[in-house]
Write a new protein. Sequence first.
Length: 509
Amino acid sequence: MKSLMKPKVTIELRLTILLIALCIAIISYLGCSSSSPEPQVLARVEVPGYIEDLNLPVYAGIEDGTETFYALVIATRTQLDNAHVTYRIIDKYTPGKRYLIALEEYEGAREEAAGLVNVLYDDGEHIIVRYTFAVSELLSEIGFDSSLMNDHPIWSGKAASGAAARSNLSSAVASFEKNLTVEKMLNAVTQNEIELYTEYLSGEKQVTVDGKPVTLSTRHTYKAGTKVLEATQHVHDQMKAMGLTASFSTWNYHYKDEDDPDFVPIALMGRNVAGEIRGQTNPDEIVILIAHLDSISGKDDETAPGADDNASGCVGLLMAAKIMKDYKFKRTVRFVFTTGEEQDVIGGKAYAKSVDDARENIVAVLNLDMIGYSKVLDPPVKPMQQIKIRHAKFKTAYEKDLPVAQTYINVVNTYGMNQVFEVKLTPDGETCSDHAPFWEVCTSREENSACYSAAWAIEYAEKGFINPKMHTTNDRIKLNGKYHMNLPYYEAIVKAALGTAAHLAEIAP
Ligand SMILES: [Zn+2]
């Protein structure tokens, strides 16, 4: 029995094995042909040295609540393991998925967000959530400043083949000295004018647009009708009246939520305004002062005065334009007013893309966003003010931005604004305003991994210090008849910005 059965079992067994082998071959063939590579993940990666040491594509570099810098990387687990880094997976990534990096401005906002949206990661200072237009609007209402994580790496994982992208402003910083013409320009800045211009933009006083009196009660980018168009027209007309060339540039924004078939696609259109003083000897080298003109306040945005956020920055640009147009500079100076900033910097991104597409030679960008408020401490102390650039752990980028920040600091400390506030170099790489697109727009071009030199001047923005009325209907110059904004501080920052632009553009002989 045993001996008789043996050959039969063996044949059956062989056939079965053959069949199984065939199945495995077919399955693995189908698997390969449908090409399912290893899925990618979004991960937090620790950076013991520099970003440039990471052999991984980095999409953002930020500081957590303990001021520990980390990189956000999109890669496979195998890539992460092979890079020998410490990492923590935040989300399964699928192509096309976008993330919001939201910075908590109001204490308690992170806790509130946790009950309202799906928080993928909370670093003690920022939360990371999947981007949808609605989530972005919600987060800004409850006290976040958010930015959309880049859709291409800021660091590709390998060094550029060309020379390191150094700023050509370094020599200007090294030879910085007080200039009497610049001093004259700074002396022309007055607090009265700053207040008046802020009253116009924040709806406290009427302006004339197309011959009609208008109250700019809101400058929200897409709610409350045509107010933002009137605001852009007002700024345009002011620059024209000052004798600058001024022009509009339209942007378009489309958003469709792939995961929600019932979602009505969003199509927004807006316009930025720019004025220009053409350079005398190096007109192709451009120094940009930028500020967002739009505002936001909450549910209906019918009233969004945005006096500090960000009429203040716009007034800084207008004052600088008004004074600088009477002087001559080697380089071109451009004053750019964006809209859609409160919707994850839509207008600023469009603007940066347009100048990068045209390969304009942008030598420096200074962004003014919230420059008019300082918290009153008891006993009173000299307020602080921040100039933000990219993180020192992103070495090439930090070195590229540093001359802009250093010029700003030199101006503050040389022309006496340090009597009013103490300036603090803050290389935290925060991306939630109009300077950030200039850091990011060209990083996908291999020869330009550090992109443009840009810095952000802002009131002291650490948690508990930033204007508590930001993004509310009470973001006004005065509250209950008393100044809520700090006019001498505001004036000193306007002077600092003007002086920085003048030094970067260089007085023409
Ligand atoms: Zn702002």
